[in-house]
Design a protein around this ligand. Structure first.
Ligand code: RB5
Length: 152
């Protein structure tokens, strides 16, 4: 499986740690972020990661900035992206099982490297359950595409 990873200047060190970890776990990794600690705008990496998932360049993607918020919010503006910002493994697992997240984000200033590894491993090991959750995920995608009909 091919995983995209991207970051801003606040998360360069953690990005490299997670890249190595992903390779150890046997994943192919594609780097869409900055390798420098010079200022780098997180929407650039968020948009690149989102586009890589939607285009099928990678299967899933992981974005890291200071909080995870900026990169995650930017990625969620790419049509087709469901990026969940998770600071612990439970939410990360549920984001795959119930929300079919195709992107994960977290913050280098929020989680330490060992917790980040747990979040990543848990997220990648979980899979979408479908069933009743499929309808709800479809409703989210309908909101995005403008075809959602609100219940009055
Ligand atoms: C950069 O200082 C910081 O704003 C960024 O990494 C991220 O936390 C934004 O959401």
């Amino acid at each position: 499986m091919r995983i995209g990873i991207g970051n801003d200047h606040a998360a360069t060190e953690l990005k490299f740690i997670i890249m190595d970890y992903l390779k150890e776990l046997g994943y192919e990794v594609v780097n869409y972020g900055t390798d420098s600690t010079e200022r780098y705008d997180y929407p650039v990496a968020g948009e690149r990661l989102g586009r890589a998932v939607v285009n099928g360049e990678v299967d899933l993607a992981i974005g890291i900035c200071g909080t995870g918020l900026g990169i995650g919010l930017a990625a969620n503006k790419v049509k087709g992206i469901r990026c969940c910002i998770c600071s612990e493994p439970y939410t990360a697992e549920m984001s795959r099982r119930h929300n079919n997240a195709n992107m994960l984000a977290f913050g280098s200033r929020v989680v330490g490297s060992e917790l980040a590894k747990m979040i990543v491993k848990t997220w990648l090991n979980a899979s979408f359950e479908g069933g009743r959750h499929a309808k709800r995920v479809q409703m989210i995608m309908d909101i995005e595409s403008g075809t959602y009909k609100p219940e009055e």
